[in-house]
Ligand binder design. Sequence first.
Ligand code: PMP
Length: 336
Amino acid sequence: MTIAETTSPTEVTERVAGDITALIGGTPLVDLSRYAENRALGARLLGKAEFLNPAGSVKDRVAWSIIRDGEETGELRAGDLIVDITSGNTGIALAAIAASRGYRTKFYLGDNTSPDKHRILEALGAELIDVPNSLFLDPEGVERLFARAEEENPGAFIANQLGNPANPRVHRETTGPEIWADTAGAVDILVAGVGTGGTVSGAGGFLKERKPTVRVVVTEPGDRSVPTEDEVYPDEIDGVHKVWDVEPDLLPPNFDADVVDEVVAVEAAEAYAAARALLREEGLFVGASAGAILHAATVIAGRPENAGATIVVILPDTGERYLSAGVFEITRGAGG
Ligand code: PMP
């Protein structure tokens, strides 16, 4: 439909969203054809534009799912305080929805959270508690953080994106079916990151049930190996992650490892380069994790056995969230 058609004076119907929650989900797939052609990739790359959600990330779905559940079960009541442990996007999504529904928010944030996300959360009026990122790097640290959050906020609604079933469920009920419908069932491979694991477990699980040949590929930062039950935190050397929000720091309850067919390691520099390339070649401004996911998808798309495959690439958030984090800084002579 063209703009002229949408503004035609005849046969107009009102189309107004009731509030922010009505704008969540239903994100389009965009053909990354120029990016793919420039690299002579044999497969088709389709970006799932999660950065178009109203608060700027895939986490809008999760935040709304958690809040709606809380309202329905009566655990979340008017004026309540919503608390969570977040690397930023879930906090931003919860705070934005909370603003429109009269809740207050308070988040425990790792001190490696991007400065832009920090500022957005402040602007949204969330109360912020900075905690050492090292706490996020082992399950006991996270448990202690939850215990602290409960102790410091009696009566608060703890959103718990890491364990709340409303997280993978919303991806099973919306993200997965949207990908299925919008590719008319042609999707062969889904590439995503793992933070809480909600996206892969929900959307990947749904797609595999629909079409058992669908393969699910996830990214992991640099040299880290995939966490297992026995070795939950394999990387004890570095501990500082340069690709935000896709660190398998621990096995969150919402991560279903059985859904994953392959893990592709991506260095921060590769992720940043892919994010910059998408901006320069497709005009799409996406964040560091989207860059990592795109890099992994590029590796997969270049394999001869994947010629002609339809690969869906999750683009979790907007690049505007990483401007102060150096992701888009072009070094002289780097071709930028
Ligand atoms: N990318 C970004 C930017 C995120 O905020 C998140 C969630 N923290 C992810 C990827 C990973 O998504 P999930 O939690 O569903 O595994």
